[in-house]
Write a protein that binds this ligand. Sequence first.
Ligand code: SAM
Length: 258
Amino acid sequence: MSNDNQTIHEFDLNIIFDYFSNTPRQGPGSPEITLKALSFIDGLTSNSKIADIGCGTGGQTMVLAQNTTSKITGIDLFSDFIRQFNQNAQKLNLQERVKGIVGNMENLPFQEEELDLIWSEGAIYNIGFERGLREWRKFLKNGGYIAVTENTWFTQERPTEIQDFWQEAYPEMDTISGKVAQMEKAGYLPIATFVVPEDCWIDYYEVQNPQMQESFLEKYKGNKSAEEFIAYQQYEAELYRKYKEYYGYVFYIGKRIR
Ligand code: SAM
């Protein structure tokens, strides 16, 4: 899904849901990367509680579930994604400890210090990285972990075209050192950061999406909103191809400390 909140909301939401509910993931990532991030988290047991915020249809949540014994709540604003999420959990026979619920990351339904781990791939930008880290911290136990991906600049300087695009789409975009400093300020010990490899984006932009786009445009033939939505997706992909050495997703893993 695009990182451009404003632009995305100009599109017909039903079209966006229809598009993304048919994709295995709604953002760049992979099972290998989810597992790599999970390898930094200690102490999860069958009594632990995990929340996956902005879970979408649950691509990464099912990987977490298959590689832990903990209880997992997936939260997403959109009921179509959650319906699909719960069907996916059922298919994998995980429904006893993996539940999807409709909810807003700005108003999470957890109690203070309830969670052992907060996960969020490609979604914290919806609330903003800094605000998300600050507001979600209270739901973590002392010593609990947070693991999120965030679009990040790789260089101090970058070409105007890409700087301007992301400045408008997501002005909070920053370098890794800037994001780590925000993490520390929000009350976390930075445990690890790593760059989500280029092939996750390539897979997302050049394999998953183009296949979807063809059948989608066929389905919505003549629908202006659908055509503009796909054109925007393609523009974002084109910019990534052109400027991928300047930015990408980074995984940030931190631990709540008093
Ligand atoms: N984590 C999934 C993945 O990596 O495939 C989905 C990532 S998708 C780029 C962002 C998700 O955030 C979407 O599923 C969207 O519905 C959800 N979202 C957007 N705003 C939200 C909010 N305020 N509260 C909860 N979820 C939200």
